[in-house]
Design a protein around this ligand. Structure first.
Ligand code: FDA
Length: 389
């Protein structure tokens, strides 16, 4: 085998490791992915009819306050000054999200100042004051009061989990953000924006190094190629960013995930909803939100004849579905702990990323944790420090 390192998965985690190992250490790296494209879930492409960039696995907004990550990602792309804002369509009226003074005043037909609004929400949340909520429904009421909870959170969460919030554990939410200003920026991070020429161009630049070879349509668990589990184990270090339960042949049971279905439609209008994301928190609408991709890049000269929307439906994942969000029940946590013990025995394999650690990671977190793994484990192994095995 003519490589020093095999990376399984070409998402942000795997490519960050591959890029560092090739650029800084001069290692020869093979990156394999079972999909037909690189980039993992951040992959984007032009919708064929309109040329509008769509995020194939759900909308991806880049944001971070981590200086190191920002400096690192800025080597591969410039960012637009896009600022993410979300709206919510409830019973025929549109409100700004997350819940803020604008939402509160519109909802209660009022003109409260911050202190009055805070007092009102506290009074409404007082309905369950002093109790120890045992389910998500009661917790939601205790956090923001019944009226706002039932309008914007209850059914939205119920649809996300396909479960009545009264049957969901309270621990799913620890807080529900309410802002007592009119600020409706979705993220609070220092840096925010979208890659100027798209996610795929950014990702391709990370992989564009003479020492990096990318092999697509290649599954680590298929034995018919030179970078398979059978061929690499014990030969070269492997960075594995696929599902941790799959690696161990589900020996400790399946970890549970939620997935989403995206229903794409090209509409013959310039602008469908006037914003990039509209939530639908009512029970009688099956989808949770609609994304309209042209609004992620208002600076681009997109066609005025058509627009692309995606309706998002949320559900529990079956084995063949894309695993998106860890469900993370106590049963899952017990299995994960058993998998972590098994992983410790695989000396030359490092498990990373969203699927490899069974953790929801935003892009900046995946990149940040890959940089740490590179510094703390991989670089020492190759430069005379602590060996992996
Ligand atoms: P990722 O899943 O991207 O890559 C893993 C790769 O491994 C995949 O390409 C897969 O095909 C490959 N693989 C798995 N098993 C394999 C095998 N056996 N053989 C070969 N290849 C294998 N983040 C953010 O910052 N802002 C946002 O707005 C969003 N939005 C968002 C929406 C949705 C719906 C999801 C699910 C996620 C987000 N994210 C996000 C999170 C973002 O997608 C996440 O941070 C990155 O995907 C993490 O990168 P990884 O490399 O860990 O995994």
């Amino acid at each position: 085998m003519n490589v020093d390192l095999v990376v399984v998965g070409s998402g942000f985690f795997g490519l960050t490791i591959a890029e560092r190992a090739a650029t800084e250490l001069g290692l020869k790296v093979a990156v394999i992915d079972r999909r037909h494209h690189i980039g993992g879930n951040a992959y984007s492409e032009k919708e064929a009819q309109t040329g509008i960039e769509v995020h194939r696995y759900g909308a991806h907004l880049f944001h971070t306050s981590n200086e190191r990550v920002w400096e690192y990602v800025s080597r591969f792309t410039e960012f637009t000054n896009y600022v993410h804002k979300v709206y919510s369509s409830h019973q025929g009226e549109v409100y700004p999200m997350p819940i803020n003074l604008g939402t509160i005043n519109q909802f209660f037909r009022s003109s409260y100042g911050p202190a009055e609004a805070r007092a009102l929400i506290q009074e409404q949340a007082g309905e369950l004051a002093g109790t120890d909520p045992q389910n998500l429904n009661d917790k939601g009421i205790q956090l923001i009061g019944r009226p706002l909870y039932e309008a914007f959170i209850k059914h939205y969460t119920g649809k996300q989990w396909q479960t009545d919030p009264r049957d969901l554990p309270a621990e799913i939410i620890s807080r529900l953000p309410v802002r007592y200003t009119y600020d409706n920026r979705y993220f609070n991070d220092k840096y925010e924006g979208l890659p100027v020429d798209g996610y795929t161009a950014w990702i391709e630049r990370m992989a564009d190094h003479p020492n990096i070879q990318v092999q697509l349509n290649t599954d680590f668990f298929d034995d018919n190629h030179e970078f398979s589990r059978a061929a690499t184990l014990g030969q070269v270090p492997v960075i594995y960013t696929g599902p941790v339960d799959r690696y161990f042949d589900y020996a400790e049971g399946d970890l549970s995930w939620r997935t989403i279905d995206l229903e794409e439609e090209v509409l013959p209008v310039e602008d469908f909803q006037g914003c990039s994301v509209m939530n639908y928190p009512d029970e009688d609408v099956a989808y949770t939100r609609i994304h309209e991709f042209r609004h992620f890049h208002p600076e681009r000269d997109y066609t005025k004849d058509a627009t692309v929307i995606m309706r998002e439906f949320s559900r529990f994942a079956q084995k063949d579905d894309e695993p998106y969000y860890p469900v993370n029940t106590s049963d899952d946590r017990a299995k994960l702990s058993a998998y972590r013990d098994l992983a410790k025995g695989e000396k030359s394999v490092l498990f990373g990323g969203r699927l490899g650690t069974y953790k929801y990671l935003d892009m900046h977190m995946a990149i940040g944790s890959a940089l740490s793994m590179y510094d703390n484990k991989l670089k020492p192994h190759f430069t005379g420090g602590t060996k992996l095995e």
